[in-house]
Design a protein around this ligand. Structure first.
Ligand code: GLU
Length: 433
């Protein structure tokens, strides 16, 4: 289970005398587990049956209902699939220990003990429902119109989903409608490029400073690199470093599978019409590629045109809010997907990705967003917004009308309400709110 902070409070400094920063580093994130021995599984199953009984929960159906109230469903997370196969009738620890892996058992135990990332999930989701309803009344903003597919999006479409580092999920409005991710996919292009090439190689070719310019500005940093991976030039550069030797279609499918794994092992599509329109209106991005090429910014052996093609396919990749929330929760959980229990992204890469989302994820509003909301996030021109609450979970949001900076108007409103309602700002821990 998680490296909770209990040791810090009960053990005090003495138990960690060998490491003065142990308390500080005791993050609540749940990392991947080794499978426990049968004895340990039996012990956990016995504890579960006892606790379930004390809570008036006798059968597998009762147990599933308790978990559902905690935001955990077998449908929403493959870690719990085996739960729905438990025989009807009274809970029995031997069967449970035989059928469920320790990963599922520990999660059930945590749920019964009220030790999940959000302990009162019903209360949390009803407060989120209020935030959603309030933000729905917020109007204003304009659709992106540089391609017809975005210009014809429904301005009233609005979806919001949450997933915690324990896989607790809730969704509101149009959270099941897939839409093209556009720039919201950039953190994942970067994370994959980092995984394939390592930090030094990637950052030899792309910086990590906010550019202070528009996301598609024709500008490079003083070392002739794109300023950061969250703007177009930087994302094209990171695309260039995703298996440059393979055909573009294979590189795109690698990225789709990577994103799908971060999204709980779900399917990530490509909107073909968006992809073709992006290619047809590519003048500015072509100019960026030319500028980078002229300055020898690309790694040796890279075909810049193929990199741009991959970038367009990435912008056209589709997910719904629920999937985005699971991706955000994977980042919040240090790279282990909460719904599958699989490590998808190396923890060091997650740290780098979150740092860049915090400093550069919200176009020319990034500094203001870091100041007022204080969370790593990434928006895109289709109205998508992914918000990460490190150590707790993440949100996926979709609302197409954009403000002047290119961020979804309702997304900014929801972000503001979230930090007003919950201690989510990264510095809430030292200020108490
Ligand atoms: N496809 C868009 C572009 O490259 C993405 C823009 C965005 O979402 O910021 O211009």
């Amino acid at each position: 289970t998680g490296q909770g902070s209990d040791a810090c409070h009960s053990g005090g400094m003495t138990s960690h005398a060998h490491d003065p920063f142990a308390c500080f580093l005791a993050r609540p994130a749940r990392y991947e587990q080794d499978e426990a021995t049968p004895d340990v599984r039996t012990a956990i199953a016995e504890a579960i049956c006892e606790r379930a009984g004390n809570q008036g929960c006798r059968t597998a159906t009762d147990l599933l209902a308790v978990l559902e109230r905690a935001g955990l469903t077998a449908a929403g997370m493959s870690r719990l699939t085996a739960l729905s196969d438990l025989p009807a009738g009274d809970l029995d620890s031997a069967t449970m220990a035989a059928q469920l892996g320790s990963d599922a058992l520990e999660l059930v135990q945590q749920a019964l003990d009220g030790h999940l990332a959000v302990s009162n999930f019903e209360n949390f989701s009803s407060r989120l429902a209020n935030i959603f309803a309030y933000a729905r009344d917020v109007t204003g903003g304009a659709l992106a119109d540089y391609i017809p597919e975005l210009a014809k999006q429904d301005p009233s479409a609005f979806g919001l989903a949450v997933c915690t580092i324990d896989g607790q999920q809730a969704a509101f409005g149009e959270a099941d409608t897939a839409f093209c991710q556009q720039s919201a996919i950039k953190p994942l292009i970067y994370a994959l490029a980092m995984g394939l090439n390592g930090e030094n190689q990637v950052h030899r070719h792309v910086g990590r400073e906010p550019s202070g310019r528009r996301f598609n500005e024709l500008a490079l940093d003083p070392d002739n690199r794109p300023h950061n991976p969250m703007i177009n030039s930087g994302a094209i550069m990171c695309s260039a470093m995703i298996r440059p030797g393979l055909p573009v279609a294979d590189r795109a499918s690698l990225l789709q599978r990577f994103v799908g794994s971060a999204a709980g092992g779900s399917k990530v599509g490509i909107d073909q019409a968006v992809y073709e329109s992006e290619r047809g209106t590519a003048k500015r991005n072509l100019a960026l590629v030319k500028l980078m090429d002229e300055h020898d910014a690309f790694p040796e052996g890279v075909d810049p045109a193929a990199a741009l093609d991959l970038y367009f396919r990435a912008c056209a990749m589709t997910m719904d809010c629920r999937q985005m929330a699971v991706v955000a929760a994977t980042l919040a959980n240090g790279g282990v997907c909460p719904t599958t229990g699989h490590r998808v992204i190396d923890s060091r890469i997650v740290r780098n990705t979150l740092s860049l989302m915090l400093s550069c994820g919200m176009y020319d509003y990034s500094g203001e967003y870091a100041f007022t909301v204080g969370l790593p996030a990434k928006s895109g021109v289709s109205g998508g917004l992914m918000i990460v609450v490190p150590g707790l979970g993440g949100f996926g949001l979709w609302s197409p009308p954009l403000d002047r900076q290119g961020n979804p108007v309702r997304g900014i409103e929801v972000s503001r309400l979230l930090v007003e309602s919950f201690p989510f700002h990264l510095f809430a821990g030292v200020t108490g709110s």
